[in-house]
Design a protein around this ligand. Sequence first.
Ligand code: WTA
Length: 652
Amino acid sequence: MTHITSILQEIRSFPPPTAFQSQAHIKSVEEYEALWEHAKAHPDLFWAEQAASVLTWDRPWQETLLNKGMESQWFVGGQLNASVNCLDRHLDTQGDKVALIAEGEPGEVRELTYRQLHREVCKVANALQSLGIQKGDVVSIYMPMVPELVIAVLACARLGVMHSVVFAGFSAEALRNRNEDAKAKLLITADGLYRRGAIVPLKETVDQSLRGVSSVKNVLVYRRTGAPIAMEPGRDLWWHDLVPSQSEVCVPVSVESEHPLFLLYTSGSTGKPKGIVHTTAGYLLGTALTHRYIFDLKPTDRYWCTADVGWITGHSYVIYGPLCNGTTVVLYEGAPNFPDWGRFWKIIEKHGVTQFYTAPTAIRSLMQQGDAWPAQYDLSSLRLLGTVGEPINPKAWLWFHEKIGKTRCPIVDTWWQTETGAIMIAPLPGAISTKPGCATRPFFGIVPDIVDRQGHSLGDNEGGLLVIRQPWPSMLRTIHGDHERFLDQYCKVIPGEVYFTGDGARRDSDGDYWILGRVDDVLNVAGHRLSTMEIESALVSHPSVAEAAVVGKPDEVRGEAICCFVTLKGDAIPGEELLKELKIHVVDQIGALARPEEIRFVQALPKTRSGKIMRRLLRDLAAGRQITGDVSTLEDLATLDTIRAASAEDDM
Ligand code: WTA
């Protein structure tokens, strides 16, 4: 019962554009395959070569890989510092190169060179030390997407202090839980941030979160908006009072390879958030190497990843990977639709962005606004596009390819997880042909497989469970304070010493991997296991549909019945007629097997703040149950009420 029937077959394939290919780091499938085979056969050798060339070490390691199955340790005996790798080592060669181009939502732009960024990081690190923060402590960071966020992160890294960045959209309760679990001593925040033209009062939320007992002794507050806030004497300190007078010299703390670099909370599909722990050397190596090859990095690039630093994508591909590679990084504080839906395209034009890395949910919203927005801007600086976070439906992929990349830019669909630290499966853009909705091939040193529950490998095009067969340097080492949970959730689910991703996938006859979504999101309809993502993709390919979420609801006869929640495009009319049309459309696209039992038209879908649909909540709603479990990651609680209201109307 672990096979997943994959029913949506996409056959379009796009070879790397010739002009791109001729200048790429890796120029052919043969070159990719030779390197991948080498890394698979000799992982110690491969990773040792890469670690020596990519990172700057204070002390060389003795043992490349110490391995107890998936409990691996890398570069044992070595010492280094992450902020040195991101900053100091660039100073002699490119100290005056721009490291950050930061655009605030109101429109102001600040540029910081590597030298300036280094100076600020040293000052903040000294400020932290003056507050008694030292190696082994945890500092919590709850900040807007401004340079000071990057500075705070790197200041922690400089001291061997673990940072725990909490996305600034989270509630007081979510912030409190995370700080308590992490036992954070210091919280770095701002008075507020700009979002859709309004001020979000961050400090107020922080104050609420700290009421009652807390491990947090001090709060360091950066002034972003200037709006009046309360400061608690003895606990709260202004950044502008403490930081400017600090010395610009701060000796970095050299740490062991396996020293934890940070903690990042990710919501499990059920239960309490997990503090994922990443290490210094392995994580840095993974992010820097993947960033260089998958984004085909060149020294003159101006690279933009829209992810918030509150998520792993922001950690790995806004901060650590790019800065380790000495890249010029664009950072944007605000919303994609402020003051209008042209904002992203305007940023690309204004800063000459070369690589644009974003999420399918953002692409779908931008696509919905029509082609006139991107058409107003000069996007000719772009040479590569990327997506991450969920499977991208072919329609959105093609729009991105045509309207944004003008068919000239390869799209790297990057599959990975908070737990994997770095990208695991993605096309190398000069070597691998892309297919809409397909993450394609594993990165060097990554050995995925598709298996059944017993761990047996499945054949081509057989949908099953995605596992990773060999440890890799950037993988999580544990869940903070709960090593058993780490072993239970990732290492022991499937027999045979493999890492279980929790995702379903299939491999096609070209060896390309197609991600089918979370295994929890698989339906069992009359003995067939169907991927909800494929049914969603079929729904979204209908011209009236904006977004769709598909879940199962209990059905006595078939086990589960297909229940769809659909949001419509502006001019579409919900009603019986469209309902019938959509059911027929799904059957046409996929087959009678996937005929929806029920379609509900709703105003909005419940999403996490990183844009993932929370199907768990929809499953409860579809089955008419109370919502259970954690809702702290939900973007907007009100969406649940409107969906409930919509279904109550249907029932009448
Ligand atoms: C999903 C984000 C399909 C997947 C980096 C994974 C994807 C989860 C893709 C991790 C992709 C991420 N195609 N699905 N390109 N990228 N996912 O921890 O289900 O926020 O397990 O990390 O997102 O989400 P997380």
